[in-house]
Design a protein around this ligand. Structure first.
Ligand code: 3H9
Length: 686
């Protein structure tokens, strides 16, 4: 047919095969090939039934996401689907891997779908700020019903083949390894039996119940918080309402309008950028893709505190044995008990079995002796943030660990090179900076020291991916990428409350922007005292210091910037607000009202500026890595694309002017990129 689509006919059954690595996305050549193949099979009298299958690791993974940013080339997907759906001969989609987005939507244009047990199907467009725009919002509810279809499309998570079969999306599960033969046989039987062919668009079993307005109202209410800032979920719900209320063609038209609204939105552009940015993080320009990795089959963790325990869980979760070392028995016992408790919570929620809990705990070896780390492949130190302590530990490890073991520090801001210098093998030392809670947060910063070897760096990045993290590479600097980027937001917030806005107003603006919480609520959560306050040297010179002196250390003391009730619900604090007002009075600054937009710009432009500095210093490889780190490390709203993508949306000239107006010096790189009319988020370190 063409280079990516073939058509073969055997014994009356045509097999259309897409072979377009890596994921058989519906690129222009695939669409062309599909359309031509189905048209030819339809016109061929020797063909009595048609099977659609894919070569390689998966069924069609959806539209080719890169094409959304350019003019349409080749046939529109809708036209391809129309040809498939118009077939007068039985059509069967043979699904393995993942049938996603436009892939599932194409399969829904076939009369039947068969799948192997390991297959999954889904409509994940929402994660790209889109809705299923190839009839998915109209066809899926007709089969699976409105509640299930809404869950699949708004949640975006693919479902397993057995579940899809229960929902009527898949007609038959067939044994692994026999997909094609089974699909051909299914198609042939349908042709032989003269099975009545009903297009999904003409079916309605899913619309028989749960379609009243209350279903939609309830769904919107239940998910209101998760929808905040995103456009796609609301449009998906509207499209499904249209599926219920309107005949297919009209509903399909409505879906098209709602899709168009999304595809041109900044939110979707930002989320599509993040999709590729996330995958880009794995690519390190000066390390070959085929760099051999050091096998990691066992792990040691030093420190059984909150971080050490969370880090250990990541490896237990993927079945690796972990030796966890502490200095004192009681601290070790407490750490192990916390790990067990965390797993127990998962068991109680029904997301893990008691046997799995036992299996994971069985892989954990608690120890009081560093010597027990002599044979492990990767050792991650997660002790208190003090350079001398870490150097002492690495010095000891040098005499204990195997020569080829990777020695990693979970430091969040210390000099990895200074830690490595405590050993005779600095090439095996690397930073692996987890974010708290370490078993939950997706970001892992791999910190490449001056002497870290390429294979150690490549292995640490790969290990990150194995445990389900997004690994971002950073060079050594104070705070690495994510913490360093966010420090200026905190400084700007502290400065801004002296000019008029109260902490709760500042937080409100950040939440409206899309952050899960504002900087002052975050300080209260972490504890004001742990951000470097020392009673001995406290000089009552900042609001935070005075609050600390008053014992208002945050949530743990029922009061910080906010007051907290027994359920830790915050309310603005008259006491803390008075402290702020006293400082405002003393500051000598003019007080005024600030709009939400002004607050956002005052807090976040300095973050953008820090990003430009960090790129100029070569701390991150590329701007998109910085954006990924902030989204996964700090809950930066993904629909803004991250600070650097957002800066381009706002306009770099505006960012520079805002920085200057607030008394900051714009980073030279920011000015250079703005002057050249380039995009900051596309910047790559040479
Ligand atoms: C859609 O369908 C819209 C329609 O409703 C309406 C149309 C009118 N396009 O993730 P991986 C690349 S929207 C282009 O590392 P895995 C990816 O960038 C689409 N490229 O592999 C990477 O490239 P590289 C709805 C794509 O095994 C390589 O393939 N569909 C696409 O971990 C390997 O990817 C989705 O949202 C694509 N659609 O996971 C599904 N997909 O090697 C998106 C992947 O250069 N895809 N690439 O870095 C996925 O979720 C995962 O890629 C998948 C495989 C689960 C398939």
């Amino acid at each position: 047919m063409n280079a990516v689509t073939t058509l073969t006919v055997e014994d009356g059954v045509a097999v259309v095969t897409i072979d377009s690595p890596p994921v058989n996305a519906l690129s222009a050549p695939v669409r062309e090939g599909l359309k031509a193949a189905f048209a030819q099979a339809e016109g061929d009298d020797a063909v009595r039934a048609i099977v659609l299958a894919c070569a390689g690791r998966t069924f069609i993974a959806g539209a080719d996401i890169r094409e959304f940013d350019s003019e349409l080339v080749g046939p529109h997907l809708h036209d391809v689907q129309a040809v498939i759906e118009a077939s007068t001969k039985p059509t069967v989609a043979a699904i393995h891997g993942t049938a996603l987005g436009g892939g599932l939507e194409v399969a829904l244009c076939c009369h039947f779908r068969v799948a192997v047990p390991s297959a999954r199907v889904g409509l994940p467009e929402v994660a790209l700020g889109l809705l299923p725009g190839a009839g998915g919002t109209q066809r899926l509810p007709r089969l699976a019903g409105v509640p299930a279809a809404l869950d699949m499309m708004v949640g975006g998570r693919p479902i397993r083949a057995d579940k899809a079969c229960e929902l009527g999306i898949i007609d038959k599960i067939v044994p692994e390894g026999e997909l094609l033969a089974e699909a051909v046989s299914y198609a042939r039987k349908a042709a032989d039996a003269g099975t009545k062919l009903v297009r999904v668009r003409d079916r309605s079993e899913g619309l028989a119940q749960d379609t009243g307005p209350e279903v939609f109202a309830e769904f919107r209410k239940k998910h209101a918080r998760a929808f905040h800032g995103f456009k796609a979920p609301a449009n998906i719900v509207k499209a499904v309402e249209a599926a219920v209320a309107l005949p297919f063609d009209e509903g399909f038209k409505r879906e098209g309008e709602l899709f168009e609204e999304l595809v041109h939105s900044n939110e979707s552009k930002a989320q599509r950028y993040q999709f590729f940015a996330e995958r880009e993080t794995a690519k390190i320009p000066d390390i070959p893709k085929d760099m051999p990795h050091i096998p990691v089959k066992s792990v040691g963790v030093i420190g059984a505190g909150t971080m050490g325990g969370g880090i250990a869980m990541n490896f237990l979760n993927i079945g690796l044995p972990v030796t966890i070392v502490e200095a004192k028995q009681e601290v070790l016992d407490r750490g192990v008990a916390t790990i067990r408790k965390n797993y127990q919570i998962t068991v109680d929620k029904g997301r893990m079995t008691a046997e799995q809990l036992d299996e994971r705990m069985g892989l954990l070896k608690p120890s009081l002796a560093m010597d027990d780390l002599a044979q492990v492949d990767l050792i991650i130190e997660a002790v208190f943030e003090k350079l001398e302590l870490k150097q002492e530990i690495f010095g000891k490890l040098d005499g204990i660990a195997r020569p080829d073991a990777i020695l990693a520090s979970n430091t969040s801001f210390l000099d990895v090179d200074a830690i490595a210098a405590a050993t005779q093998r600095p090439e095996t030392v690397v930073g692996m900076h987890f974010f708290s809670p370490a078993n939950v947060m997706k970001l892992l910063e791999v910190v490449r020291g001056e002497k870290s070897s390429d294979s150690v760096v490549a292995t640490a990045m790969a290990v990150g991916r194995r445990i389900g993290k997004v690994a971002v590479l950073s060079r050594v600097c104070d705070g690495f990428i994510a913490n360093r980027m966010m420090a200026p937001r905190m400084e700007a917030a502290q400065a801004l409350i002296l000019e008029g806005p109260m902490p709760s107003q500042v937080d409100k603006a950040m939440v409206a922007y899309g952050f899960p919480m504002g900087p002052f609520a975050m300080l209260d959560l972490v504890g004001l005292d742990v951000i470097g306050w020392d009673a001995a040297t406290s000089s009552s010179s900042t609001v935070t210091e005075v609050l600390c002196e008053m014992g208002r250390w945050g949530q743990k003391k029922s009061g910080g910037f906010y007051d907290y009730d027994e359920k830790r619900r915050p309310s603005p604090s008259p006491v803390a607000d008075q402290v702020v007002r006293d400082f405002q009075a003393k500051s000598g600054k003019q007080h005024r009202e600030f709009s939400e937009r002004e607050i956002v710009e005052r807090l976040l432009f300095p973050v953008v500026n820090e990003g430009a500095k960090l790129l100029d210093e070569g701390i991150a490889i590329r701007a998109s890595d910085v954006d990924v780190a902030l989204v996964y490390g700090y809950g930066w709203p993904v629909f803004t694309g991250g600070p650097l993508f957002w800066a381009d949306i706002v306009g770099l000239d505006r960012v520079i002017a805002g920085l200057e107006a607030a008394g900051h010096e714009p980073a030279p790189l920011l000015e250079r990129i703005a002057a050249d009319g380039r995009k900051l988020h596309q910047y790559q370190v040479a």
